[in-house]
Design a protein around this ligand. Structure first.
Ligand SMILES: C[S@@+](CC[C@H](N)C(=O)[O-])C[C@H]1O[C@@H](n2cnc3c(N)ncnc32)[C@H](O)[C@@H]1O
Length: 169
């Protein structure tokens, strides 16, 4: 999956036929896609992460330099790359794909990156700790189950606002 001459249609086809209902299949897909994920998602104009970060930017009023951000299913680290431009500094990332975590590590923006298969494994995050918990593009069949939302809430500090927003483009 490292062909630079891929078209937008090639990327859609790739996604459509290689993602199934099995989590392990999904993770294998992302491990293989990791190297060209950023390039390919730009090609298909993937905007979900931009929508989520824009929404956060418009609603967050704390001290951005000090708050702890937990980026669940962080993938290649696009959330941190966008959020750092808005003043956020402290990021912990979690993902089930080693290949994607390696890309996230290359951004140099995460204080910590953890490998975990959410659903079968617990979210590796201490309770009542994070000011911002963000998860984009990973709650679906063959991805993370909805029960993970409870774990996201547990990882957030008790007095934080819970904002749930679905976006799929
Ligand atoms: C569409 S990508 C989204 C990545 C990033 N949040 C973004 O918006 O660019 C989905 C990510 O979720 C991860 N993922 C899917 N299911 C997961 C699970 N059950 N546990 C951990 N990671 C998972 C994949 O490895 C992949 O990195």
């Amino acid at each position: 999956m490292s062909d630079c001459s891929r078209t937008r249609d090639d990327v859609f086809t790739l996604f459509q036929f290689q993602i199934g209902d099995e989590l392990q299949q999904t993770i294998t897909f992302y491990d293989r896609w990791a190297l060209t994920y950023n390039q390919d998602t730009t090609l298909i104009n993937y905007r979900a992460i931009h929508h989520a970060v824009d929404f956060l930017n418009n609603h967050f009023s704390g001290n951005r330099e000090e708050v702890q951000v937990l980026d669940v299913a962080c993938g290649s680290g696009l959330a941190a790359e966008l959020m750092v431009k808005l003043g956020f500094r402290l990021f912990v990332g979690v993902d089930g794909s080693k290949g994607m975590l390696e890309q996230a590590a290359q951004t140099g923006l995460y204080q910590d990156l953890k490998l975990a298969l959410l659903g079968p494994e617990p979210l590796p995050a201490p309770p009542d700790t994070f000011d911002v918990v963000i998860m984009v593009g990973a709650l679906d069949d063959g991805f993370a189950p909805v029960s993970v939302v409870r774990e996201l809430c547990n990882a957030a500090k008790p007095d934080t606002r819970r904002i749930w927003r679905e976006s799929c483009s």
